[in-house]
Write a protein that binds this ligand. Structure first.
Ligand SMILES: [Zn+2]
Length: 360
């Protein structure tokens, strides 16, 4: 089967400032009726294309796991809703419905409880809210125990970080791993105090045998430094404290949506080089591709993504699609875009079959 970049172009949306911190935070700030009609038309075209591929027997390669998903409780949805932009609640039922459409068996629900602990948002009742969101996420996952797993989220710089980690470690529904978001929590790998704090958090996760999923990309809206230097600091100063657990770097060390981010590419190049040199701290590193590849990816960026996948090896690459919110691609559409990368069939099959060690 020949792959091409003749992908249907969705209308470019205007993106709000916070969009830079994660795909699911992206909203259309304007969508005309014409734009909606184009989306509907693109969706119909995509559906018939997928149907044709199924008939041709080409669509049989489907990921086993979506390694990067989110649910949003009613209170989290309320927190993220503004006067101009409602944010919907997303339940486990919604995620399972999306997985079923894509033929994907399992998903990892990364708690967004850390949003309550973001700088400027935290207040007296922050810890109560963080716990509630983690517990709600865990309860959603346990509605579908065969298919969903929940990870515990918190701001690693918060004074309650270790306490919440230990609480999650004692909860069978949250003990598999933690999710950290360096952009949202404004973690800076150039700050020795931040690094020292991360060392304690990583060590605690390690001693509890909890995997770590980390959105490493520093804050774009705050213009924090990010690139090869920060990737190197992460490898040398932080990773040694989590030698016994898998560490999943989200979005190929970027942020999404898309991958036109030179800083993320420089960070990823540092990781790929470290892996090629066989550096011991890279032994348990994995990379998810959530929201990196969309229908609008240029051939040049697609070549960069493929280069990194080959640089780290497809066995370390975990499929993920990020939350089904706003314009973010749903698991089925996200995989349809991803599989058009100029990867070999073997490479694509390897990525689809990968199941993170923390799920095995
Ligand atoms: Zn995410």
């Amino acid at each position: 089967m020949t792959r091409s970049y003749a992908l249907a172009a969705l209308p470019r949306a205007k993106i709000s400032v916070i969009a830079s911190e994660g795909t699911w935070q992206m909203f259309l700030s304007s969508m005309t009726p014409g734009g909606l009609a184009r989306v509907a038309s693109v969706a119909r075209t995509a559906a018939s294309t997928i149907a044709a591929l199924v008939l041709a027997g080409c669509a049989s390669v489907v990921p086993i796991v979506d390694h990067h998903q989110h649910v949003f409780s009613p209170s989290m949805a309320a927190l993220l809703t503004t006067a101009e932009r409602p944010f919907p609640e997303v339940s486990a039922q919604d995620i399972v419905a999306e997985l079923d459409k894509a033929g994907i068996r399992r998903a990892v629900l990364l708690s967004t409880a850390y949003l309550h602990g973001a700088p400027g948002r935290a207040g007296d009742d922050t810890l109560v809210k963080v716990r509630a969101e983690n517990d709600w996420t865990a309860a959603q996952a346990t509605l579908h125990p065969e298919r969903l797993v929940a990870f515990c989220g918190f701001n690693p710089l918060a004074d309650y970080a270790l306490a919440e980690l230990e609480r999650c470690a004692r909860d069978p529904a949250l003990r598999r791993g933690i999710k950290l978001h360096f952009a949202n929590s404004d973690v800076q790998l150039d700050d020795p105090l931040h690094v020292a704090t991360l060392q304690r958090v990583f060590a605690a996760a390690n001693s509890n045998r909890m995997a770590i999923v980390v959105h490493l990309r520093a804050s774009i809206s705050r213009k924090r430094p990010y690139g090869a230097v920060q990737a190197r600091a992460f490898l040398d100063a932080v990773m040694p404290f989590a030698a016994d657990v898998p560490v999943q770097i989200a979005h190929l060390a970027g942020s999404g949506p898309g991958y036109d981010d030179p800083a993320a590419q420089q960070a990823m190049a540092e990781f790929a080089a470290a892996i090629e040199r066989g550096e011991p701290t890279t032994r348990r590193l994995h990379f998810d591709v959530a929201s990196i590849v969309d229908a609008e990816i240029s051939p040049a960026t697609a070549a960069i993504v493929v280069g990194f996948i080959r640089g780290v090896g497809p066995r370390r690459v975990l499929y993920g699609s990020d939350a089904p919110a706003a314009t973010n691609l749903r698991p089925r559409e996200s995989w349809a875009a991803f599989r058009r990368l100029p990867l070999t069939d073997d490479e694509l099959a390897t990525i689809a079959a990968n199941v993170a060690p923390y799920l095995q």
